[in-house]
Ligand binder design. Structure first.
Ligand SMILES: [Cu+2]
Length: 181
């Protein structure tokens, strides 16, 4: 990415400052992984079970997952689609606010329909406009990839797992967590 593009990028990011603030408020330590607020649960823990999730174009299998309140689960997520997809654990509001962020990553060429330019994303890490996208509640995956996330559901918030790639959430790429007692 040349300097001009980076400058344009910074301007674009500045334009969505309210979105960034919302994400930061919802995710605790936004840039450095651990430390999610209890609202959406906590990254990590000792899992009591493993749930396999497969991502297709554009839906998840399964689409509804029942979780006991306080339960720690390991998700093994496979992208069996032909496009980049995301497995993001969040509230519906946070998913909605994440959409513009993903659109920008597309606009800047960091994400292509079937490819993630991880080096370009990582290069922004630690800057004022960190687009490294290493949030602990999100797996962003190319076609054919499998990844894992351990999550503790110490929350009673309404939570969804969803894909914030432009157009995917709106075409139905979201699933629900039913958190019991
Ligand atoms: Cu998707």
């Amino acid at each position: 990415m040349n300097t001009l593009k980076i400058a344009a990028f910074a301007v674009l990011i500045s334009g969505i400052a309210p979105v960034s603030l919302t994400l930061a408020a919802g995710s605790g330590n936004h840039s450095h992984g651990h430390g999610k607020t209890p609202e959406i649960g906590t990254h990590g823990g000792a899992p009591s079970r493993t749930i396999n999730v497969t991502m297709y174009d554009n839906y998840y299998e399964p689409e509804n997952i029942s979780i006991a309140h306080g339960e720690t689960v390991k998700f093994v997520v496979t992208n069996a689609g032909s496009f980049v997809h995301e497995f993001n654990i969040n509230t519906p509001d946070e998913h909605a606010s994440h959409g513009p962020h993903m659109q920008m990553m597309f606009d800047m060429g960091m994400i292509e329909p079937d490819k993630i330019n991880r080096a370009a994303m990582a290069a922004t890490k630690g800057s004022d406009h960190d687009m490294a996208h290493d949030e602990p509640n999100s797996l962003l995956m190319e076609p054919g990839e499998t990844a894992e996330v351990v999550w503790t559901f110490n929350t009673k918030s309404e939570l969804e797992f969803a894909c914030n790639i432009p157009g995917h959430y709106d075409s139905g790429m979201a699933g629900s967590f039913a958190i019991g007692h």
